[in-house]
Design a protein around this ligand. Structure first.
Ligand code: ADP
Ligand code: ZN
Length: 216
């Protein structure tokens, strides 16, 4: 789909989905194909996630390799942009600040192809960081799914586990250096207990935020 997308100017394409849905694989596939097309490419990835360290060093049959720059802010990306780069790929964009929305728009406005991958929802199932705005402003969006580890259905939720138990709603969105782990789960199997409570059913039409304020 995106491989055949060709317009005169630049554009933004976003690959989203839960963890393990194959976003990094898809980002790398697009980068490899851009290398084959002899485009000049830069790849950035968020500092906060070291799981894929080295994986984004991609090589082509003609021996060229591309390493990902580790970054932790949109300003760092803006500073490190090579003015000759035609394709800019950014992985783990959910950890970046909202400035990434303008950085991506500026690059696309200057004729660049901007490929962004990120998790669109946090462990609660809520929109994550700058991802909603990136999705809204992109020309192309692909939402990928993993497989729910409990029931085998398409997974659309990140299940955070702390010491093997579902993390409560009140735990921080980003747990740097935490001992948490994650599973891909479907909506029905996703569990986010309230603090000091086991999972409570939220009545239809009542938001979780509203429940929190009402003390339920
Ligand atoms: P993402 O960047 O979305 O976190 P990756 O591209 O790093 O995903 O990894 C995708 C790979 O994860 C799949 O090709 C598969 O081998 C593996 N994987 C592990 N657990 C699952 C799961 N529950 N569902 C789907 N793929 C999984
Ligand atoms: Zn499930």
């Amino acid at each position: 789909m995106s491989g055949s997308f060709q317009i005169a100017g630049g554009w933004i394409e976003v690959v989203v989905g839960v963890m393990f849905s194959g976003k990094s694989e898809e980002l790398m596939r697009r980068v490899r194909r851009a290398i084959i097309a002899r485009k000049r490419i830069q790849v950035f990835k968020s500092h906060l996630d070291e799981r894929y360290a080295g994986v984004l060093a991609v090589s082509s049959h003609d021996g060229r390799t591309i390493d990902a720059f580790p970054v932790d802010s949109s300003a760092q990306i803006a500073q490190r942009i090579d003015p000759t780069a035609q394709v800019i790929a950014i992985d783990e964009a959910q950890f970046l600040d909202r400035g990434i929305v303008q950085v991506a728009a500026d690059l696309a406005g200057r004729g660049r192809r901007v490929i962004i991958a990120g998790t669109d929802t946090d462990f609660r199932g809520e929109p994550f960081g700058p991802m909603p705005d990136l999705l809204a402003t992109a020309e192309l969006v692909d939402k990928l799914h993993a497989i729910c580890v409990l029931c085998g259905a398409p997974a659309s939720r990140n299940q955070r586990l702390i010491e093997g138990r579902p993390a409560s709603w009140d735990s921080p969105t980003i747990m740097v250096g935490g001992h948490e782990s994650y599973e891909a789960r479907c909506r029905a199997c996703h569990v986010v207990p309230r603090c000091d409570e086991s999972q409570v059913a939220i009545p239809f039409g009542v938001t979780a935020e509203g429940m929190r304020h009402s003390g339920r």
